[in-house]
Design a protein around this ligand. Sequence first.
Ligand code: CMC
Length: 381
Amino acid sequence: MSEASVEQYHPGLEGVIAVQTAISNIEEREGSGILEYRGYRIEDLAGHVSYEETAFLLLHGDLPDANQLREFDARLRGWREIPEPLVDLLKTIPPHVSPMDVLRTAVSVLSHFDPELGQPASDHAANVRKAERMIAQMATAIALRERLSAGLPPVAADAELDHAANFLFMVTGKVPSARMHQAFDASLVLYAEHELNASTFSARVTVSTLSDVASGIVAAIGALKGPLHGGASEEAWSALESVGSPESAGRWIDLALARQQRIMGFGHRVYKQADPRATILKPYCQELSREVQEERWEDIAATIEQAVVARKKLPPNVDWPTARLYHYLGLPVRIYTPIFAMARVAGWAAHCIEQLDHNRLMRPRGRYIGPPRRHVRAAGR
Ligand code: CMC
């Protein structure tokens, strides 16, 4: 391999620009992280526009006007039901299978029943329609499997409720309060897209072979599952639970850092000062903790946060506040990562479509560090 190629080796592809994208922009400026979806700051989106508007923005390129929103929303509500064979499968997959593994299978099965299954991967309009259906149906599949796993009767979708409220309803069986609805919707908006993270990159690599959008989403779900990516919120909640009280937080951190443990929900490859998503979600956590009278988790979280920032200079990332936000919403920990996926599917699909619209096969090189050339000496000769 040439010297130039050796110099271009970037472990973890850190700092490598692999694609040009018009979907989102992340950067750090003046000590804070900035995240924009198609030019809009997330501070102007979360809490101001719904997940539906955000998904429309990501897939269609601009925020919808009133008519476009009404139609998009009607399409999503119309696609909430999932095919009967998938319902049966969700009932028969063994209970010990992790919800992310079930979701990976569910997305694959959903794609088999998509009415435009046979359309070529290059069909932009069909890809957008497939993405819309996937957004609606993934939420139902996650909620139904959760009800079944908990031994509870399924809850049918409520056509009166929007995407966020309906999901909470299908999982908990209760219509959420206005504050819960707003907080959950904001978390979906903030999870919806994040440039070329590991799962989105996996999706783009997959469709760069001219494979289909559903295959890209399946690949993305596999990548999101890991604890360094989407799995972090589940582990962040375990950390909060094992600390148990603000008084124990200092000792817990000391022990964890002495063991060189990673504190899940802290640190980020791009945001070194602050993850803006975590900053936006914190007040929602504080408000909801008061509503459900579980403020002690805010105290524990604050103590851990101060200690990690002081000791490791690592800011909390989005998975830190969502871990407790979802607890306040009564959502089981095992579906925290599937919820991340059901929000991020809008971003994944937008990236798959962008990749297919301007495709270049992703095919990087590896730097060989194995033994030098040698001769085969077959046994017994
Ligand atoms: N806890 C303790 N130490 C950490 C952590 C952490 N959470 N994150 C980074 N470090 C340390 C790491 O040990 C290393 O220290 P040293 O230089 O002494 O060896 C240094 O910081 C740099 O670590 P790195 O792994 O090179 O940094 P990175 O930019 O690759 O890390 C990360 C990004 C997200 C993988 C890492 O911060 C991490 O493992 N965080 C915990 C998992 C997590 O919360 N993931 C969610 C990310 S945001 C949402 C998402 O994308 O899913």
